[in-house]
Design a protein around this ligand. Sequence first.
Ligand SMILES: [Fe+2]
Length: 430
Amino acid sequence: MTSLKPVVPVELDTESPAGQYAAVRKQTEDLAAPLTAEDAMVQSCADASPTKWHLAHTSWFFETFILAPHLHGYRPFDHRFQSLFNSYYNSLGPQPDKALRNTFSRPTLDEVIAYRHHIDEHIEDMLGAGDAPDTLVKLVEMGANHEQQHQELIVTDIKHAFWTNPLRPIYQNSFSTVAGSPSSAIPQRQHNYDEGMHEIGADPGKFYFDNEAPRHKTFGAAFRLATRLVTCAEYLSFMEDKGYSRPELWLSDGWKAVQAHGWNAPLYWEKHSDEWWQFTCSGMRKVDQHEPVCHVSFYEADAFARWAGARLPTEFEWEIAASRINPEGNLLEAGRFHPRAAEAQEANQPAQMFGDVWEWTASAYLPYPGYKPMAGALGEYNGKFMSNQMVLRGGSCITPQSHIRATYRNFFPPETRWQFSGIRLADDGN
Ligand SMILES: [Fe+2]
């Protein structure tokens, strides 16, 4: 096995579009750097894609939506890539079945890296000239944000692939560089929020995805939100109270999922000699009781909340609370690649709202009133997924700092577990 290069996340230069573009592209390649060419081919579950595919598809995005239609005289690196690395944009034509991505032994990883450099040269020339129209600069910003989403997927997908491999390879050793967990969990309390009218949705002056708009008013009843995430110890109590065996705790589809998949613990948890261990990006380690529980589905989050006598927050409740907090926390730049136990918290705001784990909400992923998808093929980016998915908020320990904000809406089907997803409780305050 090759020696592993440590991942060193870069800070974004948000001062210039060219700086932002270069920093995002470098961060992607840094995240792929610990992997061999063989690692970069693996696709171990239906949710995942090979790293090599992510490296190519993010370049395809810039080529397809910016260079090919807008740069006069642009010659594609390889015209066959237009279909090969199309993810799901049906209005651009057919694309290979997602399940086949790990069969693309060609182009080679070196050829994909050359493809990336080809795209970089043209985008950097375009931005460097300083006369690119504002619409193109905004499209590059969109492409950079799209690439940051795939940075998260590179880590989630390779974590699953390495867990699937009996050798249990290590993606990177990161725990030695951070302080250990506190000796006890901070107490779980609730913050109170009054009923009233609230503004929800993106600030039009900054970058946002179309699903965060338009900003609009919504009325909310009074609610309470937990001061921190649900810990592994609390989730273990649910498990030890036969949480996975009590149908009264589960939604109908959730109970079916438990039976169908044989769930009895979060993904990546394994019991060895009466002790729970979990697979992390740094390999197997004992479950840390005070860390947030991670890699649970919406169904498990919902069942845990019912068992705890609470519920999940709606996405609007979450945003009302988060909009008063700086979007900082245990994010990608912390270099930990694993959620961290809550530490001393400020009295007037919940902890761990950003980073650590994506927080399942009780909200179905639906359009906001007056929602308009982006024009053209880019309209397929978000809007067509607005059925059978639940909203998650707040980012995780592998979300880039510059990518997360209070209005950001992530979404996954309710049975999804391979993401860094966890639980925060809410209630009506009665
Ligand atoms: Fe994509």
